[in-house]
Design a protein. Structure first.
Length: 281
DNA sequence: AAACCTCCCTGGGGGC
DNA sequence: TGCCCCCAGGGAGGTT
């Protein structure tokens, strides 16, 4: 599913084709994804000035008219199966193609989402920083604010296991179930370790693992479910490189020990009991 | 406040 | 072969 690297890959993939273009009209084929669709006709005639990303949200900033300078932000979350592609206008829509944003250059940004966990928001751009979906989020994991001191501070203050901490958007953003499992493996940390018991060296390794895994996945063009598609339509390929995710009962790629799975906070965790030995109490 | 659970949705895969 | 059931996922919102 799209985690931070896939969203960033999408941002980079679509931007060159539509930034600077005037949006002529929008075609909406479903009344709602996760929530009711906002009135996207408000964007007719607006110019897409730039595209940002915050956590797993894409932020498309639109200037309503040159005279007024009024800015609107179209915010898109891809959920677990969403994808965005730039295609020629009038390309026939498939079953799960829910929204088209059509631009004056004949290109069309198409949102596809079979499982409909995605979401679309529209609001004045000056509300970005205070928007309820964005205001409480942790710092960007690849920004200077996300340093070892920050991670130490938030982990020491919590009472839950480290896997749950990595999945908590108030502490870390952009890391979903796949990369949480992979980061803990790379850092040799058992997923059930209480975050407050982590040693400084472990937190340092975890911090490095989170950043290096996200960077590697961005460099690789993002990983995916089977149905994830790049902005240009080619398939992602980083999923070939998983060390533990989805590998229950398979041998560890490092030590050959059998990978174990367990359920934490209703999510599947995978780990190597040898490489990620339980921290002594 | 923090931790934990439930729910939204659909396609794919396993079991029979 | 076909059908049914369960599972996967992010994160909002509720409960404890």
């Amino acid at each position: 599913m799209p985690e931070l690297p896939e969203v960033e890959t999408t941002r980079r993939g679509i931007s060159p084709h539509i930034v600077g273009q005037i949006l002529t009209h929008t075609v909406v084929r479903v009344p709602q994804l996760r929530w009711a669709m906002p009135d996207l006709q408000l964007l007719a005639g607006a110019t897409l000035t730039h595209i940002d990303r915050r956590a797993k949200y894409l932020l498309l900033h639109m200037q309503k008219t040159a005279e007024s300078g009024q800015m609107l932000t179209l915010m898109i979350h891809l959920g677990m199966s969403g994808s965005l592609r730039v295609i020629p206008e009038h390309t026939p829509a498939q079953k799960h193609d829910h929204v088209d944003w059509c631009f004056a250059n004949g290109q069309c940004l198409r949102l596809t989402d079979p499982r409909r966990f995605g979401a679309v928001f529209l609001f004045p751009s000056d509300e970005v920083n205070s928007h309820p979906r964005l205001a409480g989020l942790a710092p960007e994991p690849l920004s200077p604010a996300f340093d070892v001191a920050y991670l130490t501070c938030v982990l020491k203050a919590r009472q839950k296991n480290i896997k749950a901490c990595l999945m908590d958007n108030h502490l870390v953003v952009g890391v979903g179930n796949i990369y949480a499992n992979e980061a803990l493996f790379q850092a040799n940390i058992h997923p059930e370790t209480p975050s407050g018991l982590l040693q400084h060296t472990q937190i340092t390794r975890l911090h490095h693992a989170i950043q290096s895994i996200l960077r590697a996945a961005i460099d690789a063009g993002g990983s995916s479910l089977r149905d994830y598609v790049h902005a240009d339509g080619s398939l992602g390929f980083f999923q070939q490189q998983y060390f533990v995710y989805g590998r229950k009962n398979e041998p560890c790629r490092v030590c050959k020990t059998t990978i174990i799975s367990l359920t934490q906070q209703t999510r599947s965790s995978f780990f190597c009991p040898q490489c990620q030995a339980q921290t002594p109490a």
